[in-house]
Design a protein around this ligand. Structure first.
Ligand code: PMV
Length: 324
């Protein structure tokens, strides 16, 4: 039996990935840019065991449901193909945060699985190959492989579609304060959402304009220019949600408290606080701010009706092996 354990952080996209050019290989319609979240993680152990007759998957100590099992088993088939190993595997994964609520658990889960599974199978992949492998499990997982602030260049094929770091985690002390509004599992996951993207007539414009938004966001991060950063991050999030809302069938992820938080953040920003919002495929709101503003922002968020708790993260490291 061979085993390895890896830890990876989820990431929050500042320029979002929505829609695929190739849904099987997960080649995205547009490039995206994100930050790893240091306080949240998935910890995943993979053991290839010749005694097993099928792959086993445990998430947070529970036997996983059929959909998750199939997705992981399919992913492991790819690792088996790359490494020439035939054994089935036992996968034990834990998250220290709620899954399926717009905090991208699939990103950290598949980034950790990529490193743990490839090592346990005897492969020693470099960062680019690991990012490409993680991308096959969940697109945004390729961005949880490198450290800090990360850009996924869309590429046209498997070889050229991977993520790399544009700045290390200590480049800029941004705080992500995640206002948890609902912990219920979302009805339509991102896999299905990506398939619907092209049914919105706004998607084409969103995709065509992506290089411009990426350029603005990259430059704002490199210069630590919060005003420019906030403008493009909110715009990009609104644009993705406009595509979701105008897809057929429509996707609508917000709850009343989601809008209340967005409005409060706009007010705080107008009155001079460095703060902005961004929302993934769920009702929770990521509020990005600077270190010095974070205690006040967290306290004010907790006063908004419907905000159940606030999870706080700074820029995080890339995927890594741990003892376990
Ligand atoms: O990697 P997926 O298939 O879970 O898609 C992620 C989609 C968003 O979180 C909404 C945006 C992003 O770029 O992370």
């Amino acid at each position: 039996m061979t085993a390895a354990t890896a830890l990876a952080h989820p990431n929050i996209a500042f320029i979002k990935y929505w829609g695929d050019k190739d849904p099987v290989l997960r080649i995205p319609a547009n490039g995206s840019l994100s930050m790893n979240l240091d306080n949240l993680y998935s910890l995943t152990k993979v053991s290839f065991d010749p005694e097993l007759v099928w792959d086993e998957l445990f998430i947070d100590g529970q036997v996983a449901g059929d959909t998750a099992h199939q997705r992981v088993s399919h992913f492991l088939d790819h690792v088996r193909k790359l490494s020439g190993i035939a054994s089935k595997a036992r996968v034990e994964s834990e998250n220290n945060f709620p899954t399926g609520v717009g905090v991208a658990s699939s990103a950290s889960a598949f980034a950790a699985l990529s490193l743990a599974a490839s090592r346990a199978a005897g492969l020693d992949l470099d960062e680019r190959s690991l990012s490409r492998l993680a991308r096959r499990g969940s697109g945004s997982a390729c961005r949880s492989v490198p450290a800090g602030f990360v850009e996924w260049q869309p590429g046209e094929d498997d070889e050229r579609s991977y993520a790399k770091s544009i700045a290390p985690a200590d480049h800029w002390q941004l705080y992500d304060c995640i206002a948890i509004i609902s912990q219920e599992h979302k009805e339509t996951g991102s896999q299905e959402g990506h398939r619907l993207a092209d049914s919105s007539l706004l998607q084409r414009t969103r995709v065509e304009d992506a290089p411009r938004r990426l350029g603005l966001c990259r430059e704002a991060i490199l210069k630590r220019d919060f005003e420019a950063f906030a403008d493009i991050v909110e715009f990009d999030s609104n644009l993705m949600h406009a595509v979701m809302m105008t897809s057929q069938p429509q996707l609508f992820y917000w709850l009343p408290a989601t809008i209340a938080v967005m409005q409060a953040v706009s007010e705080w920003r107008k009155s001079g606080t460095a703060v902005c919002f961004t929302i993934d495929a769920g009702p929770n709101v990521h509020i990005i701010t600077l270190e010095e503003n974070s205690p006040g922002v967290i306290a004010d968020l907790m006063h908004i009706p419907g905000v159940k708790k606030v999870l706080v993260s700074r820029p995080g490291a890339g995927v890594r092996l741990v003892n376990g």
